[in-house]
Design a protein around this ligand. Structure first.
Ligand code: G6P
Length: 582
């Protein structure tokens, strides 16, 4: 994971890089660092913890005058998160920051050690710097090309050389990296969001491409040959990354759901031709990680109700399974970022097996958006909070619309129109969610139970709660809890019962009663009133729309529980928003 940003131009880079890093912090935040360069010197400053700590340190350090800089926020993979392991790393004349993983780092390190190179850290990044430095004789381009041939894995790099007073190099191999184009200044970054305050114009880089930037110009090369690429303009603005008065991005992003849902509904309900037709496929595979996988699980329920044959898997498993592909198979890849390493690998496996692929993604221009046969953008705008909320809801909405296109049930369209307003009303009940949070925030264990689509909703509700509040929480198929886990139910244990599907309502209620008789304190989430004291009743809508009204309520509860526990809501510990390593 990790986020990188580089600047070259006329300005002092400190504020530009710091602001960029704050926007990249969602990619990892256990340490950070910056390197500033002028004609004679390179100054490297690093710190453990959030960007604010680095900022503090920079404010108390005498910085060199400079017009070039690179910076990094880290999510540790090789080596613990301490100052020494933080980026930038400098070996000989080479200083660099890195996002990704070098799979043959140990092998390369051994080889370089035999050549007399000494290492200060246990990171794979230092190995890259050492390798480039080893190959560097006169030409940086040649050293970089040689290094590319030897490095295995996924990486994006921003690199400075002591010998070149007005140069910044960057390489993209698998990990995301874009080039930002300003007025007499250039940027490289893992995510356009980090430079939106400076420019909206960018160039996408392809695999193994090297960019050489100076204050006046840039060139892109691959295997020594120059490549021309179009300059594109992002539809995002820096406004997308502002809190707009909310205390946390997570709440702001939940509150955006009604409008975003309305926008997508408007776009597709007048023109279903914009969506691919799933009817023509005999077999559908849905693949994703984390919440994207749970969105897929909800989608699987919709599509199975349409009579389609659907399998689902988490991407990290799918990529290694022995799969016999039917000829008419479609693989649906769900990913907010479009850059999740395992989901990319799953997509490539499908492509190698010559079946169609459909991307349901947020970030246009991302690897998954670019390489799939079809893409449907969820148009969530920028999602900053690490725990996904609005992107999840929009992924579910797209799956719901795809499912409608298969069977075209009339009542669906009628209900669809009212969803944004109903969602807004539900989200306005924050006082009620706060009250429920009061009952939950001191708990050690929480359980969610449901069947079929309600089980998929339970999984997401439970994940949201545990990732932001650090309360242990698990979701079970309602009939399965009694096969072991029920032994954890104590007096007062909170058990959410998700009961939206009428067909299995009574069964789930019976399972809820089983835990109540063992002391559990139920929270009922359903479409029909019930005698339980703690309940969330949402309007009954077409079953392919129901999750859109239930999951946001669970997101609100997770938010308020985390709030009461004083957690770092937008940046939960150990997590990263975009997981670009395997
Ligand atoms: C990380 C995030 C999750 C997200 C998952 C998949 O684990 O913390 O919120 O669901 O990655 O990310 P993607 O960008 O592929 O949707």
């Amino acid at each position: 994971m990790c986020g990188i940003i580089g600047y070259i131009g006329q300005r002092n880079p400190k504020e530009i890089l710091l602001d960029g890093l704050k926007n990249l912090e969602y990619r990892g935040y256990d340490s950070a660092g910056i390197a500033l360069k002028n004609e004679n010197d390179i100054q490297i400053i690093k710190s453990v913890g959030k960007i604010s700590i680095l900022e503090e340190k920079l404010n108390h350090t005498k910085l060199i005058d400079s017009h070039i800089g690179i910076a990094h926020t880290r999510w540790a993979t090789h080596g613990e998160p301490n100052e020494k392991n933080a980026h930038p790393h400098k070996v000989g004349k080479i200083t660099l920051v890195h996002n990704g993983i070098i799979e043959n780092a140990a092998e390369l390190k051994e080889k370089l050690q035999k050549e007399g190179v000494e290492f200060q850290t246990t990171t794979d990044t230092e190995v890259i710097a050492a390798l480039i430095n080893y190959h560097y004789k006169k030409s940086m381009e040649q050293a970089l090309q040689k290094a590319i041939k030897e490095l295995k894995g996924s990486y994006a790099l921003a690199i400075l050389s002591d010998d070149e007073p007005d140069s910044l190099y960057a390489i993209r191999c698998e990990s995301p990296l874009i080039l930002g184009i300003g007025e007499k200044e250039y940027f490289v970054t893992s995510d356009i969001g980090a430079i939106l305050k400076q420019t909206r114009n960018y160039v996408l880089l392809g695999k193994n491409e090297i960019v050489h930037l100076t204050s006046n110009d840039y060139t892109i090369t691959k295997n020594g040959k120059e490549i021309k690429r179009n300059v594109e303009t992002s539809s995002l603005t820096s406004e997308d990354a502002d809190l707009h008065g909310y205390e946390h991005y997570m709440l702001k992003e939940i509150m955006e759901e009604p409008v975003l849902v309305e926008n997508l509904i408007e776009k597709y309900s007048n023109n279903f031709d914009l969506l691919p037709d799933l009817k023509k496929y005999k077999h559908i595979h849905i693949v994703g990680c984390g919440s994207a996988y749970y969105a897929g699980m909800i989608g699987k329920n919709f599509l199975e109700d349409d009579g389609l044959k659907v399998d689902i898997d988490v991407a990290s498993e799918y990529r290694y399974r022995n799969i016999t592909y039917d000829k008419d198979t479609l693989v649906i890849l769900i990913s907010q970022s479009g850059e999740t390493a395992d989901t990319i690998a799953a997509m490539r496996k499908a492509i190698e097996n010559k079946v169609d692929t459909l991307a349901i993604v947020n970030v246009d221009g991302s690897t998954i958006a670019r390489e799939c046969t079809y893409k449907v953008l969820i148009e969530a705008g920028r999602e900053v909070a690490v725990a996904t909320t609005k992107a999840f809801i929009l992924q579910v909405l797209i799956l719901s619309l795809l499912s409608y296109k298969v069977n075209k049930e009339k009542e669906y369209l009628e209900d669809l129109k009212h969803i944004p307003q109903q969602l807004k009303v539900l989200l306005d009940k924050s006082g009620y969610y706060k009250k429920l949070a009061d009952a939950i925030y001191t708990q050690e264990d929480v359980f969610f139970i449901g069947r079929k689509v309600d089980y998929a909703i339970s999984l997401e509700g439970s994940l949201k709660l545990k990732e932001v509040s650090y309360i242990h929480s698990d979701a079970y198929q309602a009939g399965e809890l009694k096969h072991g886990t029920i032994s954890l139910v104590r007096n007062g244990t909170i058990v959410f019962g998700i009961v939206t599907d009428d067909e299995i309502r009574d069964k789930t209620i019976s399972n809820l009663e089983e835990v109540i008789s063992r002391g559990a304190n139920p929270i009922y989430v359903g479409v029909e009133d019930c005698p339980y004291e703690n309940k969330i009743i949402v309007p009954r809508v077409h079953k392919k729309l129901q999750p859109l009204l239930v999951v946001p309520a669970l997101q609100m509860i997770a938010y308020y529980v985390a709030y009461k526990r004083d957690c770092d809501i937008d940046k939960p510990k150990n997590l990263a928003k975009s997981v670009t390593v395997e």
